[in-house]
Design a protein around this ligand. Structure first.
Ligand SMILES: *Cc1c(COP(=O)(O)O)cnc(C)c1O
Length: 342
């Protein structure tokens, strides 16, 4: 295999440490893990293996094909999208369970007698049965394992919709018997014990995004570096990159790096991102192109062509600099990296 010129280093000990923090903050609730979208870009299989070894027993994916990456991993897998008519056979043959989201799915699944989860919508207005549908008798006779709902505003602690959804779900949980009830994503776990129920479903926080449930900082999981393809001098007054969006104020030493928007180093980081040479911040200069970006390494004379340059991919900072969410940054990382698990 030819070497890769961009590298994601994934700290599985940090991933596990973050999960343990959510597990602890969730009190008596079991703590699952959302590993959809290839583990938020970090790698579903490696992430799931590390989390299951640490004691995680519930994994969540969006699609049936995402179950394949988890083959052989000893955990309960739930598929959040439920199933379409053409996915029923796949669902029945799968070791995973569907999270039923519509009355049609409930009607189709009930005669199988197989266990399943159900999503009820308490105010996000995305997937799920309405509370009225869930209480209509529709679920009678269903092998219901876990009843779920999902918060719209969990990352905004004081938002009134959180309490509205919590109260609606607590009412449903009291009236709809299930082995477990589950409401909280990463943000929801920090909202307090009233949100924990029997099972939680953190995602982004495991991978280092967003605030910690206990108020501190989560451990960074992903570090990004890419090969310096060329070092060039750009003379004062000359411009760098497509569109000539950056003009050198004085002579600059520029590293052209094998990292671009096709790798999820988004174009809005043009003239806004940074690389790090030890403690020295090396600003992104000029427009990020598909396969390359340029950084001003004038203050880092030890760097040379062929070196890997560390890119500042602090999620909060990079989200603020790019206008993208931490979720988009992680899930957009792309397929061209060497993913190295430490
Ligand atoms: C993605 C997802 C989660 C995880 O949410 P985070 O905000 O990443 O913690 C939990 N529950 C459901 C239903 C989801 O779709």
């Amino acid at each position: 295999m030819p070497p890769r010129n961009a590298r994601l280093t994934i700290d599985t000990a940090a991933l596990v440490a973050n999960w343990r923090r959510f597990a602890k903050a969730g009190g008596a609730a079991a703590c699952g893990a959302a590993v959809k979208a290839d583990g938020y870009g970090v790698g579903a299989r490696a992430s799931a293996q590390a989390l299951v070894a640490a004691g995680c027993r519930d994994l969540f994916v969006a699609h049936w094909h995402e179950v394949e990456a988890l083959t052989g991993i000893d955990a309960r897998i739930a598929v959040l999208h439920g199933f379409g008519a053409d996915e029923m056979a796949t669902a029945l043959a799968s070791p995973a369970v569907p999270v039923l989201a519509t009355p049609a799915q409930v009607a189709a699944w009930k005669p199988t007698g197989r266990p399943c989860d159900v999503m009820v919508d308490t105010g996000l207005n995305r997937l799920g049965l309405s509370p009225g549908e869930a209480l209509s008798g529709l679920l009678d006779g269903l092998q219901l394992d876990t009843l779920h709902s999902h918060l719209a505003c969990a990352e905004i602690a004081g938002h009134p919709r959180n309490e509205l959804q919590r109260a609606r779900f607590a009412d449903l949980a009291a009236r709809i018997p299930a082995r477990r009830h589950a409401l909280a994503n990463s943000g929801g776990i920090g909202l307090g014990p009233g949100y924990h129920f029997a099972l939680t479903r953190p995602g982004i926080g495991l991978y280092g995004g967003g605030p910690a449930p206990d108020g501190g900082h989560l451990a960074a999981v992903v570090a990004l570096s890419a090969r310096i393809l060329q070092i060039r001098t750009v003379a004062a007054g000359d411009s760098i990159g497509y569109g000539a969006t950056y003009t050198a104020p004085h002579d600059l030493r520029i590293a052209v790096v094998a990292l671009g928007y096709a790798d999820g180093y988004v174009r809005s980081l043009s003239n806004a991102g940074a690389a790090l040479a030890g403690d020295v911040r090396c600003p992104a200069v000029g427009r990020v192109s598909m396969d390359m970006a340029a950084f001003d390494v004038s203050a880092a004379p030890a760097l040379s062509e062929g070196d890997f340059l560390d890119i500042d991919f602090d999620l909060a900072k990079t989200a603020a600099a790019s206008g993208r969410s931490e979720y988009e940054l992680l899930t957009g990382l792309g397929a061209r990296y060497a993913r190295v698990y430490t």
